[in-house]
Design a protein around this ligand. Structure first.
Ligand SMILES: Nc1ncnc2c1ncn2[C@@H]1O[C@H](COP(=O)(O)OP(=O)(O)OP(=O)(O)O)[C@@H](O)[C@H]1O
Ligand SMILES: [Mg+2]
Length: 381
């Protein structure tokens, strides 16, 4: 079972300590503390808590405090709020319920009962979330895959990484932002009803709910927002749409993978600026060496060169070596993926990713090793 992350909201140290001393259960963890001030909401959101415990003296409980708790609106993001105080009355419990507080506890409550109750509160909150189809907020990583040359294997890599992460139980969103020639849906054998174009043109604007209804679900549980069905529709998607999509989905997926294609259109630049890491997909040939150099110049001028990771795809014996690319971008290759045209083509033609179709092949094993590294680095933070 996942740990239940708790934030304690209290302006007196003694109340923080009182709550802290009640948390004896290994499945509960205090991830942060906050005072009651203007910045509380942002501060607490940054901790991604499951439960916020407000610990206050009963003499300070008034409408203002309830208004403040109401304004936090954590319930809409999957977090339960509970109250702990020194004098619990029926009136207090009723008032608290009106602003969405799930439970009211007394400071002298038995620690074991308190922990049990927190576990139950969290369970109920998650059930409620499921019924309301609201996703829990999570700490996410946005990875962009950029091809230094068309055909380098960007979509193959992005889709195989996405499926591998989803198969490992991660909550993954794949955004196909190759607006003119995006074809991730082919790699995944999906026939999208709607695409990013319908999302961009929705008069109600972009929200997590809209993304969820526009995106398609792959058989692995992976969510995919597909590229326009035809290149002429690309112009409907502006850099502002790209920015809004990433902002809105960030709290709801652990991994947001973006197929950036192999161009530096304005929409791509906006996506790049919003990525935590940019994985440059390259091959060991002279065109890719040139493409890598050009891409690094652009990324340098955008001041995002430090977010770059080098991924050598279609690795094979060649005059050009991985070292040449490493020297060019002054960092070690993050991953190398062997070349196997037969396996990649057969998988594509059968509507399968190669990690699913041929999991024992060298190319699939390289891919899984690459994904394990991505997971390990994310979980280390
Ligand atoms: N590791 C690999 N070994 C052999 N062939 C591969 C490998 N990775 C991808 N390919 C093949 O290379 C071709 C191009 O792949 P893909 O469409 O993924 O490239 P891309 O960079 O996304 O292209 P585009 O610029 O058109 O978006 C496909 O036929 C694919 O099967
Ligand atoms: Mg592609």
């Amino acid at each position: 079972m996942d740990r239940i992350n708790i934030v304690i909201l209290a302006d007196e140290t003694e109340y923080r300590v009182a709550v802290k001393n009640k948390i004896k259960d290994g499945s509960l963890a205090i991830v942060g503390y906050s005072d009651f001030d203007e910045n509380s909401r942002l501060k607490i959101e940054g901790y991604f808590p499951d439960v916020v415990v407000c610990a206050v003296n009963s003499s300070t409980i008034d409408d203002q405090l309830f208004d403040f708790i109401k304004s936090l609106q954590f319930q809409s993001s999957g977090c339960a709020v509970v109250l702990m105080t020194d004098n619990v009355s029926v009136r207090l419990v009723n008032e608290a319920a009106k602003v969405g507080i799930r439970q009211v506890y007394s400071f002298d409550m038995d620690p074991e009962d308190f922990c049990k109750s927190i576990v139950e509160v969290n369970q109920l909150e998650q059930q409620l979330l499921g019924q309301l189809k609201i996703e829990k907020r999570v700490r996410s990583k946005v990875l962009g895959f950029y091809g230094v040359k068309g055909g380098a294997g960007t979509s193959s890599v992005a889709t195989n990484v996405a499926v591998t992460l989803a198969n490992k139980g991660k909550k993954v969103l794949l955004l196909d932002f190759n607006l003119q020639f995006g074809n991730d849906s082919y790699f995944l054998n999906m026939e999208p009803k709607d695409t990013i174009v319908e999302l961009a043109r929705d008069p109600e604007g972009i929200s997590i709910e809209k993304v969820n209804t526009t995106a398609e679900m792959h058989s692995t549980g992976l969510t995919v927002l597909c590229a326009p069905k035809s290149p002429e529709f690309a112009e409907y998607v502006t850099p502002e749409h790209i920015q809004k999509i990433i902002e809105n989905v960030r709290p709801y997926f652990e991994y947001i993978l973006i197929d950036l294609g192999a161009n530096f259109a304005d929409q791509t630049l906006t996506a790049i600026e919003n990525c935590d890491e940019i994985h440059l997909i390259t091959n060991l040939d002279i065109l890719c060496l040139r493409g890598t150099k050009c891409a690094m110049n652009v990324l340098d001028s955008l001041r995002v060169a430090d977010k770059v990771q080098l991924v050598v795809n279609k690795l094979t014996a060649s005059l050009l070596k991985v070292k040449d690319f490493e020297n060019l971008i002054e960092r070690h290759a993050y991953a190398t993926i062997t070349s196997d045209r037969r396996i990649c083509t057969n998988a594509l033609n059968s509507g399968l990713t190669f990690v699913t179709d041929q999991p024992r092949s060298a190319v699939a094993k390289d891919l899984v090793k690459y994904v394990d590294k991505i997971i390990e680095e994310k979980e280390r933070v």
